[in-house]
Design a protein. Sequence first.
Length: 382
Amino acid sequence: MVDFAPAELLTERLMNDLPTPYYLIDETRLQKNLQIIQRVREISGAKSVLALKCFSTWCVFDLMRQYLDGTTSSSLFEARLGYEEFGKEVHAYSVGFSRDDVKAVREFADKIIFNSISQLQLHYPTVQGANLGLRVNPGISHSHFDLADPARRYSRLGVADKGALAEASAVLKGLMFHFNCENDEVDSLVRSLDVIGRDYGDLLRKMEWVSLGGGLSFTKDGYPLDRFCSALRAFGQQFDVQIYLEPGEAAITHTTELVTTVIDMVHNEVDIAIIDASLEAHMLDHLVYRTTPAIASPGVGEHPVMIAGRTCLAGDVFGEFRLAEPLRIGSEVRIADAGGYTMVKANWFNGVAMPSIVVRRLDGTVERIRSFGYDDFKRSLS
């Protein structure tokens, strides 16, 4: 059992002296996203459950639960965290539940969602009488990356056999369609809903609820919320089902920065700033998808520099940037949008220090929630 040190209240002066690296979550920015989610809930009638696979930093759950209906998970541990720390509805989904997993989630989950017919059949004696759902692979998706495409060839995610779905429907109360990834196009969503309604309408009319998953960037500036809400409301009314959305990135986008310090400057054709964090260890999604994070500070300018991490991985590089000021040893660098699919994937590669977790609350006070040290590194391995 890990012992948590009490959260520390920090003045701005002490914050300036706070050792880097640390993740800084801004609750004011977070609330802005949550208010949009609340508006969608009120206008469309759709409920929203936080996707813990994207963001599980429970020190801000007190704020988030005011705007969301609960949580959805991808494992027993996530489901348990949602139950213990968030409360409200608990949706328990997993690509593969073990028998022990199912026995555990049966005790507290409001909805249990299976990934396959075989999982449903295997575990049905344990969960009989529970509110059960099944993930569907509708054969359509919106993803810019094959790695994240749930409808890719040979996909194991969801049931594609409509006949098998129809046979299983007698014991189901809901269906889950998770078919989006970073989709900020409302037209794409409307077309997809038309396809799902056409192909699965008879099944949907037998259900009490349907989850449309996450991956919808509806908190993005300028997103056509009215049309989005209208499409959701019409779909729910057409099939008389309660719609659920599973916002992850949409809930926490642009809320979190990874605050770092330049610890060395080297030159090899270009100036390279080595910071006390790591793309491999602290923002792994960018390395996996070969994307480049944005720099929150310093701002954009005319000074070219490559920013790299401190591990021995040659490709531990955040990217090449042009900044408003030249970087020097001791310069602060803030990596933007470091909340979603980032903190949940942080790891101990190279034994590099794990970033602390810091929150700026709505009232402006700053808390260092958690710091990690050698003992945490040691305990993580044996």
